[in-house]
Design a protein around this ligand. Sequence first.
Ligand code: SAH
Length: 354
Amino acid sequence: MPPRHLADLSADERRVAVTELGEKPFRAKQLAHHYFGRLTADVESMTDIPAASRARLAEKLLPPLLTPVRHLDTDKGATRKTLWRAHDGTLLESVLMRYPDRATVCISSQAGCGMACPFCATGQGGLQRNLSTAEIVDQVRSAAAMMRDGEIPGGPGRLSNVVFMGMGEPLANYRRVIDAVHRICDPVPNGLGLSQRSVTVSTVGLVPAIRKLTEEGLQVTLAVSLHTPDDELRDTLVPVNNRWKVSEVLQAARGYAERTGRRVSIEYALIRDVNDQPWRADLLGRKLHQHLGQYAHVNLIPLNPTPGSEWDASPKPVEREFVRRVREAGVPCTVRDTRGQEIAAACGQLAAEG
Ligand code: SAH
C-alpha cells in the first residue's frame, strides 16, 4: 500500500496526524482546504503555511500518490482517459466524460480485479492490489481540477458525477471505498463536496457487502452487474454467482432500495447470441418486477469487445427488441452510450497497457 495521505484520513484523524508532527491543529484544516477546496496537492502554492511546516507536512501527509503517465482524448476531447502510475509502479486508469449537462469520472477502486468475468478485460489479468482511499479520492480530485481548469473542451466546468466502474470490484475493497465516498461527498473543506446521489457504486453482487452498505446510511446509487437473469448462464458470466445466486443478489438490492428509497441500476452487457434472446429479456423483466418492483432500472451496455474474445455486441434490432420487452414488463430500460471506445476507455477495457 502507498504511504499515508491526507485523503486517507477523516477530519479528526487529520488533526491528530498534524499534531503528532508537532504542528498546530488548525494546519489540518488549511491543508484540507487546499486539497479538497482548491484541488491542489502542490505544497509550494500553500502560502498561508510557513515554508518549514509546509515541507514537513507535505512529506508526511501529501506524498505523491498518482503520476499521470499519459492522457488519451477522444469524442472531440469530451472523453479523456488517464493512465496513472502509483508509488510502487502499479498502473491504473480513470476516464472523464463531459456531457452537455454533466461531467462524470469513472474511477478505479482496485488495480486489476479478482472477479474474473470472462467478457471484461480487467478481469483477465487478475487482482494486483487494492487501492488506498487516497488513491481513489485523488482520481476524483484530478478530474475535478481538469474540469475547473477548462482542460476539457467547453470551457471551465464542474465535475458532477462519480462512477465506481473503472478497474476493480469496489465492494471487495469495502472500507477504503466507503471512506473514499465520504471524502468525495463531505462538504469542503472536509471533502470534495459532490452529492452522494451523484456517486454510483457498481458491484458484481457481493451480497454481504451490499447488506453492509445498506447499513451505512449513504444515499449513493447502487448498480448491480447482473448481465443475465438466470443462474445457469450467470455462473459463467459473473463467476461470483456460484457463491451468491441471482435471487439473493436481487433481494439484497431490494433491501438497499427500500432503505434508501433509491432505484437500483441493473447493468446488463448485451452480448450477441449469449444473453440477448427475447426470452431472457422477458425473464429479466419478470424477475426484476418480482424482486425489485418500482426500484429497478435496467442499463443496457452494448458489449465492448475485448481483444482476443469472440464475443460481440448484439445487432441493433436485437437490442431494440430486448429493450421493448423489458419495458413491457414495466421496468424502465435505457441503453448506455458508448464513450471512449477508440481509446480502450469503454466499460471493462481499463486494463492498462503499460
Ligand atoms: N466490478 C464492478 C465495477 C466495474 S465494471 C462491477 O462489475 O460492477 C463496470 C461495468 O462494466 C460492469 O457492469 C461490468 O460488467 C461492465 N463491463 C465489463 N466489461 C465490459 C465489456 N467488455 N463490455 C461492456 N460492459 C462491460
